[in-house]
Design a binder for this molecule. Structure first.
Ligand code: 13P
Ligand code: SF4
Length: 435
């Protein structure tokens, strides 16, 4: 596989990037300076004032202090083993063996290989949400993924089970792009336009527990990239909605609405939380079928139409396979689109000699490349890009979490307040029950 030397991209670890929403993603927007706003004109009288408002988060430096309202993390409270310790794998194996059935380790596909090696199960966000509750006998669930996934696991598991995120700095910049206050304001805007009763919130799994709770309180559903189509069909069908408020990934919402439900760009508007009434007129809110939140993934936002054209010129016969968090122009130019689980299944099923350019996070692409030496597998973009927050979970943190459990301590437990967990669970259960 062709990759550049590791250029770890960090979409969510810089204060400016974390003070979301910011359509210009963080320190390394690359060729994607702003997500496509779509057909979202409208007056913007308050933009300058809103855009320059001082943020209470602006001075919170990486790894210092705590911000409970954000997906960003806090200090690791314990002594981490040095990353250079040659015995890390042996220490993890020994601690895991000591804990036996008392611990259950979940690993998202974007995790590092050395961490995935210790996962009892791996999966995309949907599969991990389903599997979180699969081992009721496990006292501790170590979630090798990001914060919103661990929150969902806490909501879906029993009260006797403790969910642990080995590094609390493993957040998600996309999830940070929608705060509960912003979403409540958007709902008020919909009420002012007289359309909140006919609007159904559909929230991507990549959102805080508070957003999931908002979704549950308004009888909406959570979705992931593997069931977004079914979620929208339910929202417009059995649930009887006239329009959907889709949070927080505009690209997944737009790609699903257009490619899977046959809508047009004109059916979609983009609600920008930095602008009064999202930058939309009441008529636009009323007429839209999809009100897309102005959020995006900084990792998938790097892929461009040009990346697709270049790889087609470079690799003859290549199949371009991308995640639906990519921009519309990329999805349109690609051959296939789907969740991480879908991408893995597509490559696994392909015949020897086939060639893929994959537009998703690099740990997964690299793993697929290693697993399929008989296939050509290249990363879609020329610039290497890991999800740096997924990468926060490394061997020192995993060993620290496991050895803490062996000592009888519970490190970095993720707990969701019952006031939030109850409505959030309703929205998650709705997703799990989607037809
Ligand atoms: P999947 O649900 O496809 O695993 O995606 C999760 C994610 O965070 C993608 O950026
Ligand atoms: Fe968040 Fe996934 Fe993007 Fe990482 S790759 S920033 S976890 S949406």
């Amino acid at each position: 596989m062709t990759i550049n030397p590791a250029l770890e991209h960090n979409p969510s670890r810089t204060p400016s990037a974390l003070v979301q929403p910011n359509p210009n993603p963080g320190p390394n927007p690359g060729p994607n300076p702003a997500p496509s706003p779509g057909p979202n004109p409208g007056p913007d009288p308050g933009l300058a004032a809103v855009g320059t408002a001082p943020s209470p988060l602006a001075l919170l430096l990486l790894g210092r202090g705590a911000d409970p309202t954000s997906e960003r993390g806090v200090d690791c409270p314990g002594d981490l083993p040095p990353a250079a310790d040659p015995d890390l794998a042996a220490r993890a194996a020994a601690a895991k063996a000591t804990l036996g059935e008392r611990v259950f380790i979940l690993g998202h596909h974007y995790q590092r290989d050395e961490v995935i090696a210790f996962a009892d199960v791996t999966g995309d966000s949907f599969k991990l949400a389903q599997l979180a509750a699969a081992r009721p006998e496990a006292e501790a669930i170590i979630f090798c993924g990001v914060h919103f996934m661990a929150e969902s696991a806490d909501i879906l598991t029993g009260p006797h089970q403790k969910v642990i995120l080995p590094d609390l700095a493993a957040g998600c910049s996309m999830a940070d792009m929608a705060t509960a206050e912003q979403v409540e304001q958007a709902w008020d805007d919909l009420a002012d336009a007289g359309v909140e009763a006919t609007t159904v919130p559909v929230s991507y799994m990549n959102s805080s527990a508070a957003i999931k709770a908002f979704t549950g309180r308004h009888d909406g559903t959570i979705c992931t990239s593997s069931n977004a189509r079914r979620a929208l069909e339910w929202a417009f069908g059995a649930r009887g909605g006239e329009r959907v408020l889709f949070l927080p990934d505009q690209h997944l919402g737009r790609n699903t609405a257009i490619a899977e439900l046959g809508m047009t760009e004109a059916d979609c508007v983009v609600y920008d939380p930095r602008r009064p009434r999202g930058g939309l007129s009441q008529a636009q809110l009323r007429d839209a079928k999809m009100i897309l939140w102005r959020g995006h993934c900084s990792v998938h936002g790097r892929f461009t139409r040009q990346s697709v054209d270049e790889v087609r010129a470079r690799v003859p016969g290549v199949t371009v396979l991308v995640h639906p968090e990519c921009r519309r122009e990329v999805v349109t130019a690609a051959d296939r689109v789907g969740s991480t689980e879908y991408i893995i299944a597509a490559v696994d099923a392909a015949s020897p000699g086939s060639a893929f350019a994959i537009g998703t996070e690099l740990n997964l692409v690299r793993r697929l490349s290693t697993r399929h030496p008989d296939k050509t597998i290249v990363f879609l973009d020329r610039t290497v890009c890991f999800c740096s927050t997924m990468n926060r979970i490394d061997m020192p943190h995993l060993v620290w979490a496991l050895e803490s459990l062996v000592r009888g301590e519970t490190p970095n437990q993720i707990t969701v307040d019952p006031d939030v967990a109850t409505p959030a669970r309703k929205a998650l259960d709705q997703m799990l029950a989607l037809p």
